[in-house]
Design a protein around this ligand. Structure first.
Ligand code: GAR
Length: 186
């Protein structure tokens, strides 16, 4: 049985899908939710599903390795970033080699890097007049959006699209593919 930790900073719609997907699974369970925001929606989702949650603080996250103890106490062996906006520090990457994955709401290497998250990505896609966008699931290293790509799926973008309509289409792809890809990687 694998023990997954989901790291998220926001609403947690992907976290919800992943939790639902693994409910009742004999292969893995969501053992912990970690957030850097005390009022993140994902914490409500964790609570509603009886999943332990941890709120982390910037200093402790970057200047200590305390989080490793928290992860170990829940036997975490795989980490999923689902809208987690802080850069993962080297000690964490080293402790979980090729065991941390992220989802990015665009076709990397396009529209990635620091500051490229959520709606900023879809606004940039619209401004660039792209004919398609999509999702990228990739391994996490010490740099934003730079680890090896595991999976991509694309969707069309038309002239009538707004950043909001692009976001909705990309979110559908995320919800459809992310849980299955995680299951494949465990
Ligand atoms: C998702 O679209 C995810 O791809 C994005 O944040 C959103 C979180 O939504 N991540 C990034 O932009 C990372 N650079 P959610 O809280 O509803 O799952």
């Amino acid at each position: 049985m694998h023990h997954i930790a989901i790291f998220a900073s926001g609403t947690g719609s992907n976290a919800r899908k992943i939790i639902e997907y693994f409910r009742g699974s004999r292969a893995a369970r969501i053992a912990l939710v970690v957030s850097n925001k005390q009022d993140a929606g994902v914490l409500d989702i964790a609570r509603a599903n009886g999943i332990p949650a941890l709120v982390i603080h910037r200093n402790a996250f970057y200047s200590t390795e305390d989080l490793l103890r928290g992860l170990a106490s829940h036997a975490v062996d795989f980490i999923v970033l689902a809208g987690f906006l802080w850069l993962i520090p080297p000690y964490l990457v080293r402790a979980f080699p090729r065991r941390i994955v992220n989802i990015h709401p665009a076709l990397l290497p396009k529209f990635g890097g620091k500051g490229m998250y959520g709606m900023h990505v879809h606004e940039a896609v619209k401004a660039a007049g792209e004919a398609q966008t999509g999702i990228t699931i990739h391994y996490v290293n010490e740099h934003y959006d730079a680890g090896d790509i595991i999976f991509q799926a694309a969707c069309p973008v038309g002239p009538e699209d707004t950043p909001g309509s692009i976001a909705a289409r990309v979110q559908q792809l995320e919800h459809r593919h992310f849980p299955e890809i995680i299951a494949r990687l465990l």
